[in-house]
Design a protein around this ligand. Structure first.
Ligand code: GAR
Length: 195
């Protein structure tokens, strides 16, 4: 994609529901980038830390209600107006509906804190994933970056990154390892999609 117009950077819109450390990490990665920017952070959760973090950093924020996503074209129209090159889900817990997928084919990506298809699917997010991995005493885990499809965690895989787990791994140490992988790789994988 050629991008020769001044002040017309490629745009990433990040969707997040909770804490927002990945959203902020992606923002920082592209902050000094010549022709890519995180233009907006979008959340369904008015009280989320991600919206507070985005607000504090001066990033444009959009809050929406479930109805704006599922019962109307309100949110879709707002996002189409922004015209992002990539929509990156980062701890976004709602399913992306069909009209969005049609409007942004191969442009919506997600990160998941396990090596899919293991520990994926409805209800598998954040700590719940880690608790299952620890319970199963896995010796390896990792992250998956994938295209978003109509089913949770089933879209085509773009990249996976692995990490070894120790016998004495606990929730904190596992979370730290996985977040480390996410912060290192998610922005770079998004960047690759833009060129
Ligand atoms: C991340 O670990 C991400 O992989 C996970 O939620 C966390 C959000 O953290 N996503 C899922 O589990 C999706 N099924 P953050 O809000 O601090 O970026």
């Amino acid at each position: 994609m050629e991008n020769s117009k001044p002040n017309s950077k490629k745009k990433i819109v990040v969707f997040a529901s909770g804490n927002g450390t990945n959203a902020v990490n992606i923002y920082h990665y592209f902050r000094e980038h010549d022709d890519v920017e995180v233009s907006h952070i979008v959340s369904n959760n008015k009280k989320s830390r991600v919206l507070r973090r985005a607000h504090d950093l001066g990033i444009k924020c959009i809050h929406f209600d479930k109805e704006d996503l599922y019962d109307s074209t309100n949110l879709l129209e707002v996002i189409q107006e922004i015209n992002p090159d990539v929509i990156a889900l980062a701890g976004f817990l709602l399913k992306i509906p069909e009209p969005f997928l049609r409007a942004f084919p191969n442009q919506i990506v997600n990160i998941h804190p396990s090596l899919l298809p293991d520990y994926g699917g409805d209800g598998m997010y954040g700590e719940r994933v880690f608790k299952r991995i620890l319970k199963d005493k896995r010796t390896e885990s990792g992250i998956t970056i994938h295209y978003v499809s109509e089913n949770y965690d089933e879209g085509e895989i773009i990249a996976q990154h692995k990490v070894e787990l120790e016998g004495n791994e606990d929730l904190n140490s596992l979370e730290e390892k996985i977040h480390g992988l996410e912060y290192e790789h998610y922005p770079k994988e998004i960047e690759k999609l833009l060129y």
